[in-house]
Design a binder for this molecule. Structure first.
Ligand code: UD1
Length: 420
């Protein structure tokens, strides 16, 4: 296992290119199960999670070639409808093969993903939606066993206690595109990654309207054909580099950005006093003066993304003033608090909120990554801290950031990878 060693307090300067979105790639790769024809997906980041999805596609009977960000997915003569526990348990998003399998083959056996470090993470909304499409669902020995004589269109209200669900919306979209008649998903997730999936499905011949709004309408078609698609840029990776620029008092040009997807993040950083300059598909981020604290509440898109909460907390931990950070999507997503405090931050958790009192200086320390975005917040803290930070268990980071250490090195950071 590798760890990252960071010597902090180097200003980051220069240009960085954001990779394709992990959270768009995963359901889009799963959607290739909906057709027997070849599909070509470009801009797929080389990550632990995308590699896991490609392994799952192979286990389901696809032939996959992946090189230089291009995934070519072809069919073989045999297919399987069983997504095994071993693969699904390593990545929750594997559960999004359920929708396309039931859509295409009218049967599926997919392992339940279980909880994870950021919370309980149920799948009730996925199952409720599939039932509304006429799918019979049983849970047996840790698997969801789904079958349907035919999929009928239906009305699905997808709102849950914590808003809508991104992967449930993806699953239902992918099931309904090959259903009979019209399906309406109300309280659908509006995230750009859902929009990108819908755009790919439309290229495959699906009839989908309203994606990007809370009401999605799908008119089922008999079959879908192969298609080519380029994945949207990763808005969370872009947001993480924006914070990196500010935490090191640097000046970075972040390329391959769709800033329309980053409205809430840009707004919060501007409110804290940062300078953010937009041009074409780039963002320049820097700060000429000291930032001041801002309150942040995470919400489903277009609200402030929960996947940027930990990084924002790192920034607020070195920003003068008191900031209240409230998590409304995953109320238990605060694993990074204890580790940031070990680096000298002053953060107190109060239920679904954290009260962050900005300190003058963090100090480097050995810390442990607990989940993907928590790991990113520790890297950011390490970049700003005095002294050396070593971050163990960085396989979490490798799930979601393509070549993060190399990209940071190119921006001037003193960061290296070592064997634990
Ligand atoms: C996706 C993203 C993840 C992001 C999250 C929220 C992918 C691969 N992952 O995860 O990075 O943090 O959206 O933006 O795209 N919930 C239920 N019942 C369900 C499903 C979800 O109660 O059936 C709850 C969850 O526990 C959570 C909230 O709804 O509190 C949002 O979760 P959801 O949008 O489903 O997250 P994912 O799609 O798994």
């Amino acid at each position: 296992m590798d760890k990252l060693i960071i010597r902090g307090r180097t200003q980051l300067k220069g240009e960085v290119v954001v990779s394709g979105s992990k959270n768009a790639s995963l359901p889009i790769l799963a959607a290739t199960l909906l057709t027997d024809e070849p599909c070509v997906i470009r801009g797929v980041p080389h990550l632990r999670d995308t590699i896991t999805m490609l392994k799952i596609l192979r286990s389901l009977g696809k032939e996959v070639f992946f090189d230089n960000g291009v995934a070519k997915v072809n069919s073989t003569r045999k297919h399987s409808v069983v997504a095994d526990y071993k693969l699904v348990s390593t990545m929750r998003a594997s559960f999004c093969v359920l929708g396309p399998l039931i859509g295409k083959y009218k049967e599926a056996k997919v392992s339940l993903p279980g909880g994870c470090i950021i919370g309980v993470r149920p799948v009730d909304l996925h199952l409720k939606g599939l039932k509304a499409l006429g799918v019979d669902i049983k849970i047996d020995a840790g698997y969801v066993i789904a079958c349907a004589k035919s999929l009928k269109g239906g009305y699905i209200y997808l709102g849950g206690t914590f808003g809508s669900s991104v992967l449930a919306t993806d699953n239902l979209l992918m099931a309904a595109v090959l259903g009979k008649g019209k399906t309406i998903i109300e309280a659908a997730a509006c995230e750009p990654e859902v929009q990108d999936l819908a755009a790919f499905l439309v290229k495959m011949g699906a009839k989908v309207k309203g994606h990007g709004t809370p009401i999605i309408e799908i008119e089922g078609v008999k079959r879908l054909h192969g298609a080519e698609h380029k994945i949207i840029p990763d808005r969370i990776e872009a947001g993480t580099f924006m914070v990196a620029a500010l935490m090191t008092r640097g000046d970075i040009l972040i390329k391959n950005v769709n800033f329309q997807h980053l409205g809430a993040v840009i707004d919060k950083l501007l409110e804290s006093g940062a300078s953010v300059r937009k041009s074409d598909s780039s963002l320049r981020v820097y700060s000429r003066r000291r930032l001041h604290s801002v309150n942040v509440t995470t919400l489903p898109y277009p609200g402030f993304p929960t996947d940027m909460q930990a990084q924002m907390m790192s920034l607020m931990s070195v920003t003068p003033g008191v900031s209240v950070i409230t998590e409304k999507v995953y109320p238990d997503r605060f694993m990074h608090v204890a580790e940031l405090n070990r680096m000298g931050a002053s953060i107190q958790r109060e239920g679904p909120s954290a009260i962050v009192e900005g300190v003058k200086q963090l100090s480097g320390a050995p810390v442990m990554a607990s989940d993907l975005r928590a790991s990113a917040s520790l890297v950011l803290a390490g970049l700003a801290a005095k002294g050396t930070t070593s971050i163990s268990r960085i396989y979490h980071l490798e799930r979601g950031y393509e070549n993060l250490d190399i990209k940071l090195q190119q921006l001037g950071a003193c960061i290296k990878r070592e064997k634990e």
